[in-house]
Design a binder for this molecule. Structure first.
Ligand SMILES: Cc1cc2nc3c(=O)[nH]c(=O)nc-3n(C[C@H](O)[C@H](O)[C@H](O)COP(=O)(O)OP(=O)(O)OC[C@H]3O[C@@H](n4cnc5c(N)ncnc54)[C@H](O)[C@@H]3O)c2cc1C
Length: 452
């Protein structure tokens, strides 16, 4: 079932054809894209509800047992969701949360309200895909999925895992004029209520136990804050981005990644605003390369490679070079606990780790150095992957994201990279060192900024 021409039909696909024909509401299962504005999955849901002449209900499933989450992540997400709830109230659209096992609760709810259609947003990560697979086994109504996160839908841009930015870039560019369009504003016609209120008290009480990692002060969640961060970036930092973004002492990146991760802002909206900005073309293009090409390449990797977080997901040349260098002598070996409390011999690495723990975000350039040193100071690449993912997912506000798994697999496993001159431990994996950083930026200043 496809809407009118304002919606490019390739943004949606049928995941499950349901046998039952019912007259209940359309359910939009919001998950990865937690916003009201500029949301293709919501737009598609409204179009379908209007065509079927039925109401719409937006559902968010809250699972107590989502992997690697803590108060830092949940706090950010739940505050964003209260803003979503408020916006939906203003628009007269019901928004409900279902607490517990997502597939089971959604199935119960769709039966309870006799839903006619289910629409969900796309996510390439295994946990969400397993929820959908479990749900679809018993779902009696059609289930469509919309890629509301990428500019060009992940499954549409390429049917396979891409080798690198150089292979996906032309494929994305070919489709940009059809997908990088303004968002239509469509009124929902049938605003009948579905009675079910949100029990925020229950939800908040779950996460008191998971309070080991505290929320980050000064990073305000939600759609409104995300747009403010974007405006500030365009005004103050887009000009000069290409030259200054890789200097960790300057903080010249956009800081949009937590908002993009939770879907508080649409990457497509960010791209539209950046294109309109009066900044030098070279800065705009460098930023769009990261925002669109690199980010969508990460989704491509995770979607087509189920081993995205493991050694098995590395390219063959990287597996081979690790095989040869697996038993090379390491000058330093650290436990996970030593890494976590930033007790290594290297003040630059410790500074990066403390930046991550204290601010919820490590500078992009330092993330590469940080992950590569974990490879150098652990017993094997499998352990390095495990430690890096654990720390990134635990402390980073933008963690548990395809960008994280791909960035770590790039650093440790050569994913999307090429072979470099061979050296101990790393083999042909690209190497980084302290002196190289010193040549690029004021290392002492960065250490002082984060260690004091
Ligand atoms: C080891 C390692 C771990 C990483 N972990 C994460 C993570 O958990 N979550 C995360 O979102 N990113 C991760 N990245 C990618 C990148 O470092 C961050 O996206 C970026 O630093 C976020 O800051 P920003 O929003 O200020 O970036 P900006 O420079 O302002 O870029 C804007 C947006 O472009 C995208 N982007 C930028 N660089 C990359 C990249 N290299 N790959 C893919 N997309 C990119 C992001 O969505 C980012 O928000 C990781 C990279 C490495 C090497």
């Amino acid at each position: 079932m496809f809407g009118k021409s304002i919606f490019n039909k390739h943004r949606a696909r049928l995941l499950k054809d349901g046998g039952k024909s019912r007259r209940g509401p359309v359910i939009y299962w919001m998950s990865r894209d937690q916003r009201v504005a500029d949301n293709w999955a919501l737009i598609y849901s409204i179009i379908n509800a209007n065509e079927l002449k039925v109401p719409l209900v937006v559902v968010f499933t809250l699972s107590e047992v989502f992997p690697s989450t803590n108060l830092r992540h949940y706090g950010f997400m739940l505050k964003g969701l209260t803003e979503v709830e408020h916006k939906f109230k203003e628009l007269g659209m019901p928004f409900v949360t279902l607490n517990g096992d997502p597939a089971e609760r959604l199935l119960e709810f769709s039966e309870e309200v006799k839903a006619s259609l289910l629409i969900s947003d796309f996510d390439p990560l295994l946990v969400k895909r397993s929820w959908k697979a479990q749900l679809n086994q018993q779902l009696a109504i059609p289930h469509y999925e919309v890629d509301a996160h990428n500019v060009v839908p992940c499954w549409y841009v390429s049917p396979k895992q891409e080798f690198g930015a150089y292979t996906i870039r032309p494929k994305i560019k070919k489709h940009l004029s059809s997908f990088l369009t303004e968002f239509p504003i469509i009124e929902l016609k049938n605003k009948e209520r579905v009675s079910k209120s949100i029990n925020w008290h229950d939800v908040n009480s779950w996460f008191k136990t998971a309070s080991e990692v505290k929320p980050v002060k000064g990073v305000v969640p939600g759609e409104k804050a995300a747009h403010e961060v974007l405006d500030e970036f365009i005004q103050a930092k887009l000009n000069g981005y290409v030259e200054k973004r890789n200097d960790p002492t300057l903080e010249w990146q956009s800081n949009l990644s937590p908002y993009l991760h939770y879907g508080h802002i649409s990457a497509q909206r960010v791209a539209i605003e950046v294109l309109k900005a009066p900044a030098p073309e070279v800065d705009k293009q460098a930023f769009l390369e990261e925002l669109i090409v690199r980010r969508e390449l990460s989704d491509n990797f995770c979607y087509y490679n189920p081993n995205y977080s493991r050694f098995a997901g590395f390219p063959d040349w990287a597996k081979e070079t690790h095989r040869i260098h697996r038993f090379d002598v390491r000058d330093y070996l650290y436990t996970l606990e030593e890494f976590e409390i930033a007790h290594t011999h290297d003040p630059l690495w410790n500074a990066a780790q403390l930046q991550l723990v204290n601010t919820g975000k490590m500078h992009g350039y330092m993330r590469m150095y940080w992950a590569k040193k974990i490879l150098e100071w652990t017993t094997c690449p499998e352990e390095a992957m495990r430690f890096a993912i654990y720390l990134n997912d635990k402390y980073s506000l933008d963690g548990r994201d395809p960008n994280g798994y791909t960035g770590i697999a790039w650093s440790i496993g050569g994913v999307h990279d090429r072979a470099w001159p061979e050296r101990p431990i790393f083999g042909k994996i690209r190497y980084m060192n302290f002196e190289g950083c010193r040549r690029k930026f004021d290392v002492d200043k960065y250490i002082k900024m984060n260690i004091g």
